[in-house]
Design a binder for this molecule. Structure first.
Ligand code: T1G
Length: 695
C-alpha cells in the first residue's frame, strides 16, 4: 500500500507530512503511520524538533467520516494525539487550507502552530451530530475563554488565521506560500532559543464563571431545540472545567461514543454525503461543461438582482437587462445595496465592492448587451407569455452555444424551449430566494436539453457555491411540487380539527424553523391564492381544502405585509388571529365536518406522510433521480430539519411500512387526499428502504 505519511529530516528538524487526498482525512492508515513516525522522530537523537504538515490543498480536514458507524479501529485518534503531545521535543503544526475537526485537534496536540494567512479553522463535529472526540473540548478551553470555546464547538463555525492568532490558537501567521518551510524555520528558532515542548494539556483551563454552561444550555434549548450534539458539547466542556485533563478526556470520549450512536449523527452524515453525491450523475460522466465567464440576467426584481449578486460574489461578470433605463438603474441600486450588506458582514472588502460595481457588473435596457454572454438566466414575471417573448429575443441576440436558462419555479421549460431555434441549449436554473444566500439550485432538464448544457448548469452551480439537484419538468419540479402536496395535507389537517396555530407549533417542535402557516404569512398569502386561482380550471373538484385560506385573502389579509394573515403582526410579535378560527369553524360546518382533536403526533404523521408520499411519486417519475436528491432539496430549500436527514431518510428511519399504514388510516377520512404512491407500496411490501434506490 502506498505510504500516506512521509518522513524526512532537514537540519535536525523531522518533517512528518500526511498525504491522503483529497482532504488528508485521518483514516486508520494515516493514524497508524502518524503514530509510528512520531515515535521514530521522538527516538532519533538527530531530531531536535518535529514539524507535522500535509501535502495537497489542505491540512487535515478531520477524521475520516466514511469510518463512522463502523467499529473503531486502533490506533484511536485521541491516543495518537496524546502520544504526539508527550514527545519531549518541540512539535510544530504547519497549517494551510481548512484544519477542521480532528485536524484542528491534531494541531492542538502539537506544541506550536504556524498557519498561512488564508488558513481556516473549526471544530466542526457538531455539524455531523458529534462533538470533538480527540481532545478538542479539553484543549481548546486551555487556550481560549469558555465563552469562545462554547461558541466555536456548538456552532462548528470556521475562523480565519488572524482571529485564531488573536485567540492564541496560532503562534505565527505567515504570508509564505510554503507553510512547511515556514514551520521548519519556526522550529529551528525554537531550538536555537532553547524553547522546549509546550503541551496544551499541561495548561490550566481559562478562568470562567461556572454558570457559563447552564447559560449555554438555556440558549441552545431554544436555538437548537431537539438537537443532542450541541448539549453534549457543553457537557464535555464542563468536564474540562471540573476534571483533570485525563479524566476530562475520558468524559469527552464517553459523550463522543454516545453521540456516534444517535440517529441524528446518522442523519447529518447522510446529509453531508448526499450533498456531494447529488452532483454525481452517470449521464454527465466525461461530459465537459461549456466555459462560463460572462453571464446575463434578464429581470432586475428580487430574484434577478439576487442571482446577479450571487454570480458577482462567485467571480463572474454580469450584465443585467431590464425593460428600460429607469428599471435598469433601480436594479443596479438593488445589487449595490445587497453587496453593501456583504461588505458590512465582512464577506467582501470595500475595494472588491468597488471593482464589482464598476468593472464586473452592468445594468442595461438593450438586449444587444447580451450578445457575448456565455449563459443567460431569465428571471422575469412568472407568465409563460412574457417568458416566451424574452426567449424569442435571446434566441435572436445571443451567440451560438450560449446557454439560455429560465429561473421559473414551475412553468414548463419544454414549452419555453420550443420558441427558440436552439432547444438543446435551453435549461431551467431554479434559484431560491434570497438567491445570494440560499444554496439550493434546481437544474431543470427539459426533453431536448443537451448533456453539455446540463453539465454547464452543474458547473455554474459549483462556481456559485450552490448545491445543484437535477430535476425533471413538471409543475413545481421537485421542491414546490412536494410542497404543494404537504400544504394540502396541512390544510386538510386543519379542516379535520387542528387549528393552524397548533399545526405550526407541532411542526416547529418537530424541527421546522417555522410552521407552514407562519411561512405562508411571511411569503404573502396572495401568492398561494394567485396559484390556486391559476390552477382552478384544472383542479379536481374534490380538492376543497383551501376555502378558509381564500376567505382570509378575500378580506385583504395577505400576512406580514398587510399586518394580518393567519397571525396578527403587532408590536409584541405575531399572535394567532381569533377570527381565523371563526372562518375555519364556518368552513368545517359548511362541509359537514365535525372537528376532532388531533394531537401533535398525528399532525406530524400527516405532514410527513404527505411529504414522503408525493416524494415517492417524484422519484418514481424520474423528476428526482434518487431519494437522496429529494432530501438535498428539502434540506437546502425548504427548512427541513437537517438533523433528521431529509424526508426520505426520515421515512427510512420510521420505515416505509409505517408511512403507508398512516396513509391508509388517513384515507378512511379522506380517500381523495390520501392515495398511496405505488413506489411506497412496493418498498413497504418488499421490506425495502428508500436508500436502496440511492445508488
Ligand atoms: N472524511 C472523509 N471524506 C471527506 C471528509 C472527511 N472528513 N471531508 C471531505 N471529504 C470528501 C468529500 O466527501 C468529497 O468526496 C471530497 O472529500 C471533497 O470534499 C475526531 C470525529 C474539507 C471544507 O466536518 O467541510 O474530525 O465527493 O466536496 O467543497 O473529533 O469537505 O470527492 O468523493 O466537500 O472543497 C470533521 C468535513 C469530521 C470536515 C472541503 N470534519 N468536510 O470542501 O470539497 S469529524 C469536517 C468539509 C471529526 C474528530 C471528529 C469539506 C471541506 P468526493 P468537498 P470542498
Amino acid at each position: 500500500m502506498t505510504s500516506v505519511v512521509s518522513y524526512d529530516i532537514q537540519d535536525g528538524i523531522a518533517v512528518i507530512s500526511i498525504d491522503n487526498p483529497p482532504v488528508n482525512a485521518l483514516s486508520q492508515p494515516v493514524r497508524a503511520e502518524l503514530q509510528l513516525l512520531a515515535r521514530k522522530a521522538s527516538d532519533e537523537a538527530a531530531v531536535q524538533a518535529i514539524v507535522v504538515a500535509c501535502a495537497g490543498r489542505t491540512f487535515v480536514a478531520g477524521a475520516d467520516i466514511r469510518e463512522f458507524g463502523k467499529p473503531p479501529v486502533e490506533p484511536l485518534l485521541p491516543d495518537v494525539i496524546n502520544a504526539l503531545e508527550a514527545i519531549p521535543k518541540p512539535t510544530v503544526a504547519a497549517l494551510h487550507g481548512t484544519a477542521l475537526g480532528g485536524g484542528l485537534e491534531l494541531a492542538l496536540g502539537c506544541h506550536y502552530r504556524v498557519a498561512t494567512a488564508k488558513a481556516r479553522f473549526a471544530l466542526s463535529e457538531v455539524t455531523l451530530g458529534l462533538l470533538p472526540g480527540a481532545g478538542g473540548t479539553q484543549r481548546l478551553p486551555r487556550l481560549v475563554s469558555f465563552e469562545t470555546a462554547i461558541e466555536m464547538i456548538t456552532t462548528g463555525k470556521q475562523i480565519g488565521a488572524k482571529e485564531a492568532a488573536a485567540l492564541g490558537l496560532v503562534d505565527l501567521v505567515t504570508d509564505a506560500t510554503d507553510v512547511t518551510a515556514a514551520a521548519i524555520a519556526f522550529a529551528k528558532d525554537l531550538v536555537k532559543d532553547g524553547k522546549g515542548p509546550r503541551p496544551v494539556s499541561a495548561l490550566d483551563v481559562t478562568r470562567h464563571d461556572p454558570s457559563v454552561f447552564d447559560t449555554a444550555r438555556a440558549k441552545l434549548s431554544k436555538t437548537r431545540a431537539g438537537q443532542l450534539a450541541p448539549l453534549a458539547c457543553v457537557d464535555a466542556l464542563e468536564a474540562a472545567a471540573k476534571l483533570p485533563f485525563a479524566e476530562g478526556l475520558s468524559a469527552e470520549r464517553k459523550l463522543f461514543r454516545k453521540m456516534m450512536e444517535t440517529d441524528q449523527r446518522s442523519a447529518l452524515i447522510h446529509a453531508f454525503f448526499s450533498e456531494r453525491k447529488v452532483a454525481k450523475l452517470p449521464d454527465l460522466e466525461g461530459v465537459d461543461p461549456r466555459n462560463v465567464a460572462q453571464i446575463g440576467v434578464v429581470g432586475g426584481g428580487t430574484m434577478g438582482a439576487g442571482i446577479a449578486t450571487s454570480a458577482l460574489l462567485a467571480g463572474l461578470n454580469v450584465t443585467l437587462i431590464e425593460r428600460d433605463t429607469e428599471s435598469a438603474e433601480r436594479a443596479h441600486q438593488t445589487v449595490a445595496r445587497t453587496l453593501e450588506g456583504s461588505v458590512k458582514r465582512g464577506k467582501i472588502d470595500r475595494a472588491t465592492f468597488e471593482t464589482l460595481m464598476s468593472e464586473r457588473f452592468r445594468a442595461e435596457s438593450d438586449y444587444a448587451a447580451l450578445s457575448e454572454t456565455d449563459l443567460v438566466i431569465e428571471a422575469v414575471f412568472e407568465s409563460m407569455e412574457v417568458k416566451k417573448d424574452v426567449f424569442t429575443q435571446l434566441d435572436r441576440i445571443c451567440k451560438p452555444g450560449a446557454v439560455l436558462a429560465s429561473n421559473t419555479s414551475y412553468l414548463d421549460i419544454n414549452e419555453i424551449a420550443q420558441v427558440t431555434s436552439r432547444p438543446q441549449d435551453v435549461i431551467g436554473l431554479h434559484f431560491f430566494s434570497p438567491a445570494h444566500v440560499m444554496k439550493l439550485l434546481e437544474v431543470v432538464v427539459a426533453d431536448q436539453t443537451s448533456p453539455v448544457v446540463t453539465a454547464t448548469g452543474f458547473a455554474l452551480a459549483k462556481t456559485m457555491r450552490k448545491i445543484a439537484v437535477r430535476a425533471g419538468v413538471c409543475d413545481g419540479f421537485i421542491g414546490n411540487r412536494i410542497l404543494s402536496h404537504y400544504r394540502k395535507a396541512v390544510d386538510g389537517t386543519v379542516l379535520a380539527g387542528a387549528s393552524p396555530f397548533a399545526v405550526d407549533r407541532a411542526l416547529r417542535e418537530f424541527g421546522l424553523a417555522m410552521g407552514p402557516f407562519a411561512v405562508s404569512d411571511l411569503a404573502g398569502l396572495d401568492i398561494g391564492w394567485a396559484t390556486r386561482k391559476r390552477l382552478a380550471p384544472t383542479r379536481d373538484p374534490r380538492e376543497t381544502y383551501t376555502e378558509f385560506a381564500d376567505r382570509i385573502c378575500e378580506a385583504g389579509r395577505f400576512g406580514r405585509k398587510t399586518g394580518r394573515g393567519f397571525y396578527i403582526y403587532g408590536e409584541g410579535g405575531p399572535t394567532p388571529d381569533p377570527e381565523v378560527d371563526v372562518i375555519i369553524a364556518e368552513e368545517r360546518k359548511a362541509k359537514g365536518i365535525t372537528p376532532r382533536k388531533l394531537g401533535d403526533g398525528e399532525i406530524v404523521d400527516r405532514f410527513m406522510a404527505a411529504m414522503v408520499n408525493e416524494a415517492a411519486r417524484v422519484v418514481a417519475e424520474g423528476i428526482a433521480r434518487r431519494p437522496l436528491d429529494v432530501d438535498v432539496v428539502l434540506l437546502n430549500g425548504y427548512g427541513f430539519p437537517r438533523w433528521r436527514g431529509g424526508p426520505m431518510h426520515y421515512a427510512d428511519a420510521v420505515g416505509p411500512a409505517k408511512i403507508l399504514e398512516d396513509i391508509q388510516r388517513f384515507a378512511k377520512e379522506d380517500a381523495f387526499l390520501w392515495q398511496p404512491a405505488p413506489l411506497l407500496e412496493k418498498l413497504a411490501s418488499e421490506g425495502k428502504l428508500f436508500s436502496s434506490l440511492n445508488d
